[in-house]
Ligand binder design. Structure first.
Ligand code: PEP
Ligand code: MG
Length: 551
């Protein structure tokens, strides 16, 4: 499309995708393609092998540079991807495979492409999602070696752009000069792909799985809104003005709150409140760390189980929990991992039982786990192993009675004995807590406190069960709108807080439901006895500001 045709076609169009991060960008789209590589004739096995060895060495050096650059910009954990890349490049199967193909008459570049593709296909066929995801990494490292052999890579125009591509590899993402990139839009990818993780870590807005856009739109004006998952082509002047106003207000507020990062969450009268974060995985932990969280108050482990046909293995879970434990290691607080809270609105396909009339009152949370003790055992093994890398604490969801915590603790003790006999390193003490999400748990708090090391109040469920109001039903929102509406819930929280504090021994209570982020209720939660508040990372600083204003 020529500039004139494009100008004539300036119809505003909104495309949807899956947003990564909560940022926005406005700018010109740039359709990114790798420079076409020239095919080269076969130069004989010895020459091709020598070229391959040199290219492999340079690719490993380039990987180290990418790792350093990512570490500087986004931290050690974001850079861990490149450790995996280096392992793949150093793999003897890879280089021997390439040399065999060269002996068979292929050029070094063709041999690398073929072997990388073969190895990627093997990864792809693996049932374990973690290994299946390594297919993209294998293709990425293969293409890095080919770049070294033939030259290639991305070219960006002058000025800042929103990059549009079929798919971006992690090395593409960091190889771009981040000052020139306003955002990423990809037709493929997922929110858990490395690209998405890096985009989040680099605080660049991204939209993945956008329906394909014709490259006729190269150079078109667009608004990328990762928070709402939209890409608006040819936004109207009104939309642009609204965006600019909202953006500058957001940045000013962010800047103002950043001044609080290194200050403690302490009330005017000197009570230190644990300011923890709710997360669903590794990227959430990175975000929480950057926002100054003292710990993780709720790691919703079900995110490792949802949207797949198999259960995550012990190893996969161990990797995730230990990564988070390492990220948060130098913070004072623990990483509270909630055991799988499946059932009701969180359906884990392989564990789904009979259809239930009232799934919110059905086989969910700890009930489901105790009816699948092997699933609980696998998760507890992964958590105990991860405890060697940081301050892991374990928390049970949807508890209504003492016998549930006693049953889960028996399995936990069995797992610890088993791992100790295997000589597996673990923390000496792993705190074991329960969620207060049901009126039964809040009322029986004295008995539960005898068994639990800590409580965490899930206000989302506690409100729904106390007020008999489905949390998904917006027609009932008015029942829990004001502090007065919530009086029944506060009384239950106070009962639980008094019960756990009566036990002494440093036992504590936190609030981790969505209400913890409502700063209008902060003072009330503290009055009830909350020692800790746990919210999504974007709310941490606002909440800290509020805590510091309370007497
Ligand atoms: C809650 O119920 O408040 C809670 C934190 O758990 P979830 O929202 O995951 O059910
Ligand atoms: Mg809940």
């Amino acid at each position: 499309m020529t500039a004139a045709e494009m100008a004539a076609k300036r119809d505003t169009r909104v495309l949807t995708g899956v947003g990564v991060g909560a940022l926005c960008a406005s700018g010109t789209l740039h359709f990114w393609k790798k420079k076409r590589r020239e095919a080269q004739p076969y130069r004989g096995a010895r020459e091709e092998k020598r070229a391959f060895s040199d290219a492999l060495l340079r690719a490993r050096e380039r990987t180290a540079v990418l790792a350093r650059r990512t570490e500087d910009a986004a931290g050690e954990d974001a850079a861990a991807i490149f450790e995996i890349h280096d392992m793949l490049l150093a793999d003897a199967d890879f280089s021997e495979g390439v040399r065999r193909k060269i002996d068979g008459g292929k050029t070094a570049a063709k041999a690398v492409e073929a072997v990388a593709e073969e190895m990627a296909a093997v990864f792809e066929a693996m049932a374990d999602e973690y290994f299946a995801a390594r297919a993209a990494d294998m293709r990425d490292v293969g293409s890095r070696v080919v770049d070294e052999l033939l030259g290639g890579g991305g070219e960006l125009p002058d000025g800042r752009v929103i990059i549009v591509a079929d798919e971006l590899t992690p090395s593409d993402t960091v190889a771009f000069d981040s000052d020139k990139v306003l955002g990423f839009v990809t037709f493929g990818g997922s929110v858990n792909s490395h690209t998405a993780i890096l985009a989040r870590a680099l605080a660049i807005p991204a939209l993945v799985r956008v329906g394909e856009i014709s490259d006729e739109y190269d150079g078109a004006e667009a608004l990328l809104d990762a928070e709402n998952g939209t890409l608006t082509l040819f936004p109207t002047p009104d939309m642009l003005l609204k965006f600019a106003t909202a953006e500058s207000a957001r940045r000013a507020e962010e800047q103002r709150l950043r001044a609080l990062i290194s200050l403690p969450a302490i009330t005017r009268s000197g009570k230190k409140i644990g300011l923890f974060a709710n997360i669903g995985g590794i990227s959430g932990a990175e975000e929480a760390y950057r926002a100054g969280a003292d710990g993780i108050g709720l790691f919703r482990s079900e995110f490792l189980f949802l949207g797949r046909d198999t259960l995550p293995s012990e190893e996969e879970q161990y990797q995730a929990y230990s990564r988070v434990a390492r990220i948060m290691k130098d913070r004072g607080g623990p990483v509270v991992v909630r055991t799988l809270d499946a059932g009701s609105d969180k359906v884990v396909a392989v564990l789904a039982g009979e259809k239930e009339e009232n799934p919110a009152l059905g086989v969910r949370g700890i009930r489901l786990l105790l009816s699948h003790p092997d699933v609980l055992r696998t998760q507890l093994r992964a958590l105990c192993r991860a405890s060697a890398h940081g301050k892991i604490a374990i928390m049970l969801p949807m508890v209504v009675s003492v016998k549930e915590i006693v049953g889960a603790k028996e399995i936990f003790e069995g797992v610890r004995r088993e791992l100790a006999a295997e000589g597996v390193p673990m923390a000496e003490r792993i705190p074991f807590g329960v969620m207060i999400e049901t009126p039964a748990a809040a009322i029986m708090a004295r008995e539960l406190a005898a068994e639990a090391d800590f409580f965490s109040v899930g206000t989302n469920d506690l409100c729904q069960y106390t007020l008999a109001a489905d949390r998904q039903n917006s027609a009932l929102a008015h029942l829990s709108q004001s502090e007065a509406d919530l009086e029944c819930v506060f009384r239950l929280i106070k009962n639980a807080a008094d019960a756990i504090h009566a036990h002494g021994d440093g036992k504590w209570i936190g609030i981790c439901g969505e209400l913890a982020a409502d700063t209008a209720l902060t003072a009330r939660f503290l009055e009830c006895g909350a020692d800790e508040l746990s919210v999504s990372p974007p709310f941490l600083l606002k909440l800290k500001e509020k805590i510091r204003l309370i007497d």
